[in-house]
Write a protein that binds this ligand. Structure first.
Ligand code: BES
Ligand code: ZN
Ligand code: ZN
Length: 504
């Protein structure tokens, strides 16, 4: 699907589907919609009345033009309440447009730029959001469904064109399309990784992806630490979790430096990279294990982001750090009650082998502190508890730095990836005291699990400003949360972190 802007009148644009819009409660059609209505001798005004089209958000009215204008069909999209209109709505409208176009088998779409008129939204932002909605809703994971892939290929959309008559806006719209495209590519990269089955994406495959990403790019450096090197480094937390698997663990370290100029800040992004989490000897039950190929979603977000960093020309130094391993039960697996010494020197007693993510991250976070970053942000499918606390569509955020959390909250309101702050309460820290080791990897039973897990992570970030995103619920969509997020891996966090990085 080619997305571009054209300096053309809506009513003069040849296409299979022309998309215009209407806010709720509008009596007289203005702007682009008004112009199309005029070219159609007032047909839209009549139809909206006859069909009782109210302009509610997401409502659609579709009709044939019978050759009156070059567009074959017109779709009027409801924008809803003008006061509630925002970028997330535009993103969703992009998604709705693609879905309808697929149903109608329309290959060429021309659309109005929503919100740029009376909605008063900047053209860059609006174009960026509609581009994201269009690309992300068009995503499918059909690698292992060849016949369906063929079918889908036949109804694929060729062109998605934003029509703009105001010449001065063209440059802005181009910029928005470019930003939205790269960000969405990062998201679909992450989605592909999350959707890949556990055996098809082993720890060494994450290493290969990191190699592909850094290949031929002089400003993206890659260091890989294999089992032998990790042993020398004393990374027994990561090694301990990996002990039960025949597939060896790796620590992946990507480093991006801006092509020109000095980096303003140094940021470390740490992703949980469990390519499969069976629970280990504390084996998960059937239901809990079936989706555990997604336990590398944090790593997928970091890799997705790195796959587009060069295209976005970021001005900060970014470190992407991943502990890639597999949590399996076997004769060589780590046992409940075992004590390991992490890279930091702190000893960890394994209360439960299924709380493995935090154990691997003890070493990856500690490794991150050694890079002396200004900020550390980790992203991890860390706890089932966050799903209970916040439900399927909200990421939990915890950390030791209010300002950083505030900034991420602000950015999430723009990117539409919902996050909610949970308290890192000091009183719960004692639950993690070990009986034999310095720290137990679980504490406090199941209650407050997202908080105790984050408190465990905090032990390894020293006093560096740090935020932790628990994406256990949001990395995978069992039902579509919105028009641009299909069932499966969501690629959550890629747009949020990119948006934040672009503004640091
Ligand atoms: N990978 C899981 C968390 C998870 C659950 C991710 C559901 C995505 C969906 C994590 O390793 C885990 O198993 N956590 C346990 C911790 C418990 C043993 C203290 C949990 O949350 O049940
Ligand atoms: Zn687990
Ligand atoms: Zn896990």
């Amino acid at each position: 699907m080619d997305i571009k802007v054209k300096n053309i009148n809506l009513d003069e644009a040849p296409c299979d589907l022309l998309v215009i819009n209407m806010f709720a409660g509008v009596k007289v059609l203005g702007g682009g919609t008004g112009a199309v209505n005029k070219a159609l001798d007032g047909l839209i005004q009549r139809l909206t009345r006859e069909e009782k089209f109210k302009g509610e958000f997401g409502e659609t009215l579709i009709f044939h033009t019978h050759g009156k204008i070059p567009a074959k069909k017109v779709m009027v999209l409801g924008l809803g309440d003008r006061r509630k209109f925002n970028l997330e709505k535009i993103r969703q409208l992009g998604g709705i447009t693609i879905k309808k176009a697929r149903e109608l088998k329309a290959k060429n779409i021309v659309t109005i730029l929503h919100g740029a008129g009376i909605g008063k939204i900047d053209a860059v932002d609006s174009a960026r959001a509609i581009t994201e909605g269009a690309i992300l809703s068009n995503y499918r994971f059909l690698k292992y469904k060849k016949s369906e892939a063929k079918k889908v290929g036949k109804i694929d959309i060729d062109e998605f064109i934003i029509a703009e008559i105001n010449k001065s806006k063209i440059r802005k719209i181009k910029k928005g399309i470019e930003l939205g495209s790269f960000e969405s590519l990062g998201v679909t990269y992450a989605r592909d990784l999350v959707n890949e089955p556990g055996y098809q994406l082993l720890p060494r495959d994450l290493v290969d992806r990191a190699r592909e990403i850094s290949k031929g790019k002089s400003n993206i450096k890659l260091k890989i630490y294999d089992k032998a090197v990790l042993e020398k480094m004393g990374a027994w937390a990561l090694l301990g979790v990996a002990m039960g698997s025949v597939n060896e663990p790796y620590l992946i370290h990507l480093k991006y430096t801006p092509k020109t100029g000095r980096a303003k800040k140094k940021i470390a992004l740490v992703g949980k990279g469990l390519t499969f989490d069976s629970g280990g000897l504390n084996l998960k039950p059937e239901q809990g294990m079936s989706e555990m190929k997604i336990d590398m979603a944090g790593a997928a977000t970091v890799l997705g982001l790195f796959s587009v960093l060069n295209d976005l020309n970021l001005k900060v130094e970014v470190h992407g750090i991943i502990g890639a391993c597999e949590n399996m039960p076997s004769g060589s697996a780590i046992r409940p009650g075992d004590v390991i010494t992490s890279m930091s020197g702190k000893t960890i007693e394994i209360g439960n082998t299924d709380a493995e993510g935090r154990v691997t991250m003890a070493d990856t976070l500690f490794y991150a502190t050694k890079q002396k970053p200004d900020y550390i942000i980790d992203i991890a499918t860390l706890t089932g508890a966050v799903i209970i606390a916040l439900g399927p569509q909200i990421t939990g955020i915890l950390g030791n730095d209010k300002k950083l959390i505030n900034e991420l909250e602000k950015n999430s309101k723009i990117t539409g990836e919902k996050i909610w702050k949970l308290p890192l309460d000091e009183d719960y820290r004692k639950f993690l005291d070990g009986k034999v080791g310095e720290l137990n990897n679980v504490g406090g039973g199941r209650s407050g699990g997202a908080i105790t897990a984050a408190l465990f992570l905090r032990e390894f970030v020293k006093d560096i400003p740090w935020a932790h995103l628990d994406i256990a619920a949001t990395s995978y969509a069992e039902k579509e949360p919105n028009s641009y997020t299909p069932v499966g891996g969501t690629g959550v966090g890629v747009r949020l972190l990119l948006h934040w990085l672009l503004g640091v």
